[in-house]
Ligand binder design. Structure first.
Ligand SMILES: [Zn+2]
Length: 358
């Protein structure tokens, strides 16, 4: 459809009278498809704003359930959402905000093996992540598919962002090569002020909507540092590297190897260790079958959602399993415990062959 309805004219009137967007800009927003990877402190405001503005289609990708420590900065969730898959809660809230937007919740863990599959078909990818390795997987998939990627990151009082247009601007690995996640502070250990997330996410949205509407984005060939301690924005010019192993014309070495890890330790709480298990394939579990098996085994199920379950496995271990097969378990003594539980529930309980799992 090439025109806006009366309802749309009223809802978006303040954007339509604004010359930077206007009537045709609003139509372009309605035709645009955006994928947000990570529905945390950046992903929540990005998704909310784009939905309110009338984007046509939003794909939300996240592998977590809502935790209490998310609530100070992730405004799409509330106390009733605890234990629910983030993408499911977010999709419902966003539909209430704007039923015209098509929202596609994807409860998966993005990695080097599935990045292309997850992001294909969209016009722009937005970064709401806290891991460089996952960002590298997105960067490579975006370069391959020639999809613009709005890089953004924030911690403590600081943030940085850049707009990456494959083939035109430096890619992430031109200006941030070979960064290991264990070299960086995390939100769990260093903390983050919600205000810096608001600023970084707003700038990411501004860049994305400029691309969609046809205006020129500001942060191409630039890396912007946001410093909320001094209220300062600093732009750094960046250039494409001829020898970049990802986007360079004369790559000088092979790309840093990225690997999907089957089991990974994540931030635990009160001395208890926590792990996430990421299966090889999207297992598309039948949640009702999973519910029945866990009940039979004596697990106490606290949340049953369409896209996942949260439960007490035994006295010590609490866990969530998402429809894709991702499991997050807490209160374990080590990696072997996590694999044992996964094997008991997914392989034996649901009869999924191990070849699809690891
Ligand atoms: Zn590059």
């Amino acid at each position: 459809m090439l025109s806006l309805s009366d309802d749309e004219l009223e809802r978006y009137s303040r954007q339509i009278v604004f010359s930077d967007i206007g009537y045709t800009g609003q139509l372009k927003l309605r035709n645009a498809k955006v994928c947000i990877i990570g529905m945390g402190g950046l992903g929540c405001p990005i998704a909310t704003q784009l939905t309110a503005m009338g984007i046509g289609y939003l794909r939300l990708v996240d592998r977590d359930v809502v935790e209490k420590s998310n609530l100070h900065r992730q405004y799409l969730y509330d106390v009733k959402s605890l234990g629910y898959p983030k993408v499911e809660v977010a999709a419902q809230k966003l539909k209430d905000l704007n039923p015209d937007v098509k929202i596609d919740p994807v409860p998966m863990s993005l990695n080097v093996d599935n990045a292309v599959e997850i992001i294909k078909g969209v016009d722009i990818v937005m970064d709401g992540l806290d891991s460089m390795e996952t960002r590298y997987a997105i960067n490579r998939a975006c370069v391959k598919l020639k999809i613009p990627y709005i890089f953004g990151a924030a911690i403590m009082n600081y943030g940085n962002l850049s707009t990456i247009i494959p083939g035109e601007t430096p890619c992430l690995e031109c200006f941030f090569p070979d960064i290991k996640d264990n070299m960086l502070p995390t939100c769990g250990t260093a903390g983050v002020h919600p205000s810096v997330l608001g600023i970084v996410s707003s700038l990411q949205i501004s860049e994305a909507t400029r691309i969609i509407v046809g205006g020129k984005p500001h942060l191409t060939n630039k890396l912007l540092f946001v410093d909320l301690e001094r209220i300062a924005l600093q732009e750094l010019d960046i250039t494409r590297m001829e020898n970049c192993p990802i986007c360079g014309v004369k790559p000088s070495k092979s790309p840093q190897q990225l690997k999907r890890r089957f089991v990974e330790e994540i931030c635990g709480r009160s001395g208890k260790r926590a792990f996430v298990i990421i299966p090889k394939e999207n297992l598309e579990l039948n949640i009702k079958d999973l519910y029945r098996f866990l009940r039979k085994r004596g697990a106490k199920i606290s949340v049953m959602a369409d896209l996942g379950l949260t439960f007490l496995y035994d006295q010590n271990v609490s866990a969530s399993i998402l429809k894709s097969g991702v499991m997050i378990a807490k209160g374990l003594s080590g990696e072997k415990d996590a694999i044992k539980i996964y094997s008991e529930v997914i392989k034996d309980g649901l009869n999924i062959p191990w070849s699809r799992i690891q």
